[in-house]
Design a protein around this ligand. Structure first.
Ligand SMILES: *[C@@H]1O[C@H](CO)[C@@H](O)[C@H](O)[C@H]1NC(C)=O
Ligand SMILES: *[C@@H]1O[C@H](CO)[C@@H](O)[C@H](O)[C@H]1NC(C)=O
Ligand SMILES: *[C@@H]1O[C@H](CO)[C@@H](O)[C@H](O)[C@H]1NC(C)=O
Length: 429
């Protein structure tokens, strides 16, 4: 099967190259992945984890994975809403909607974010949205990113550590975001935890790239025992389930309180009256063999709304020029902004100061590629240096520990980032 793919690939790339030569004078914010022999890099790694393989910069988007994680916060208003609601089931609705909305920015995002360097950090303060966020790359192999966010009015804490496990399956790349996400609402002394669904990018080699997210997501309220069980549905052969999310909110005796349905790309809706929309079986089966070739077109592109339903979240449309800029949302477009006043304030490890990402953002791919190689080599060298001495890598803003709510291994915030004491920070760029 693979030889067929290679033959087809070569043919299509020749065509694409000719086309590209004809178009060379056109100014485009994005570059064509037809320019690189992706296949020559990827064919070695079928079934392998991709974290140890250096990928060409052309497959990237000009953001670090730490910045991409920050996109969880785009719909922070749902957390503020959870805080102001006195009924725990109403709070669960908001938190479940937040968990769905947090992955909405993945839609059509087929560029790979830059792997953060060990010790890299990212901070974001959004007074308009009422939160501040910071994150640190705390491990390189396996790559682990830890984050900690808080409501500026102290109405919530949101934290976690993510280990994106990337697997290449020949035609698709699957990213399993291992790691726990926790949300705390101090006013109610409540903690919620969940894990994100798996994200899959199809047609890596040829054809139209498209994204699917699938898997079970269970949001648990550890204080009340209430939970929201959601399935992000695999699209299926005929595309009927494309992007769909369905599930229930259950009380601690597992009684269904309401149904929740929608699409992670669009909206989330609650119904208290009709549970029939939700498939009776909450188990999930995906098979790599049954992966559809083309992005399936759903019959009706919107969700059928049951009368009496309550809309709990709807996506904000992306800006008109989004397609030309890596399918970024407005929120994503602002993540790498480096305003004058920030330069003296940010730690030298902040993603905004990373030279390869900055060059890519300006469209200078040659410098981006050269700088990416350089900083990765520098990282290798300093690891080698450490292995020769007795020195060990120390994470700066997080430490390893047990998540107090579900007792799993996690990275816990050391509470001092905003003091902005940058002494002894590593020189990683
Ligand atoms: C959180 O909810 C409580 C109770 O409704 C309210 O008093 C407080 O102002 C809320 N905090 C924010 C930041 O909305
Ligand atoms: C590694 O050690 C050498 C020799 O001590 C030093 O010159 C070099 O700067 C170090 N490199 C890094 C990246 O730490
Ligand atoms: C800053 O951090 C360093 C290293 O952790 C510490 O030795 C120093 O006392 C701190 N400085 C201040 C002003 O807190």
């Amino acid at each position: 099967e693979l030889t067929i793919v290679v033959g087809k690939t070569a043919q299509i790339w020749d065509q694409a190259k000719r086309q590209d030569q004809e178009n060379t004078n056109k100014d485009s914010p994005m570059f064509s992945r037809n320019d690189v022999s992706i296949w020559s890099i990827l064919k070695k790694c079928i079934g392998m984890e991709l974290s140890k393989i250096a990928m060409p910069v052309i497959l990237n988007e000009p953001l670090s994975f730490l910045q991409r994680l920050t996109e969880y916060m785009e719909h922070t208003y749902l957390i503020h809403q959870a805080n102001t609601t006195t009924d725990s089931m109403e709070r669960m609705k908001c938190v479940a909607a937040f968990a769905v909305s947090a992955v909405a920015s993945q839609w059509e995002r087929t560029g790979k974010p830059f792997n953060p360097l060990l010790g890299e950090t990212y901070e974001l303060i959004r007074e308009d949205l009422g939160f501040r966020w910071m994150s640190e790359q705390v491990s390189h192999h396996p790559p682990v990113s830890a984050f900690h966010a808080e409501g500026l009015q102290e109405d919530f804490l949101f934290h976690g550590s993510i280990y994106p496990k990337l697997k290449f399956w020949g035609k698709s790349v699957e990213a399993e975001p291992k790691g726990i996400i926790s949300l705390e609402l101090p006013k109610y002394n409540e903690a919620y935890t969940w894990t994100n669904p798996t994200c899959c990018v199809h047609n890596i080699i040829v054809g139209q790239l498209w994204i699917e997210q699938y898997g079970n997501v269970e949001v648990i309220n550890h204080k009340t025992g209430e939970r929201c069980s959601l399935i992000f549905k695999p699209c299926g052969l005929f595309g009927k389930e494309l992007h769909k999310v369905e599930g229930y909110i259950l009380d601690k005796s597992k009684k269904k309180l309401c149904a929740i349905y929608g699409k992670w790309t669009e909206l989330a809706i609650v119904s208290h009256t009709c549970f029939k929309v939700v498939s009776p079986c909450l188990s999930l089966q995906t098979s790599v063999d049954e992966e559809p070739e083309e992005m399936p077109l759903p019959d009706g592109d919107t969700v059928q709304v049951i009368p009496g339903s309550e809309l709990i979240w709807r996506i904000v449309p992306r800006p008109d020029n989004s397609a030309e800029f890596y399918a970024f949302s407005t929120f994503a477009m602002q993540l790498n902004e480096l305003e004058e006043g920030m330069k003296g304030v940010l730690p030298p490890t902040d993603c905004r100061l990373r030279p390869d990402i900055r060059h890519m953002e300006k469209g200078d791919m040659d410098s981006a590629s050269a700088e990416k190689k350089r900083v990765e080599e520098k990282q290798r060298l300093s690891r080698k240096n450490r292995s020769k001495s007795s020195e060990e890598w120390k994470t700066r803003w997080f430490h390893q520990g047990t998540n107090p709510h579900n007792k799993a291994q996690d990275w816990l915030y050391s509470n001092s980032y905003w003091d902005r004491n940058y002494s002894l920070l590593p020189d990683i760029y």
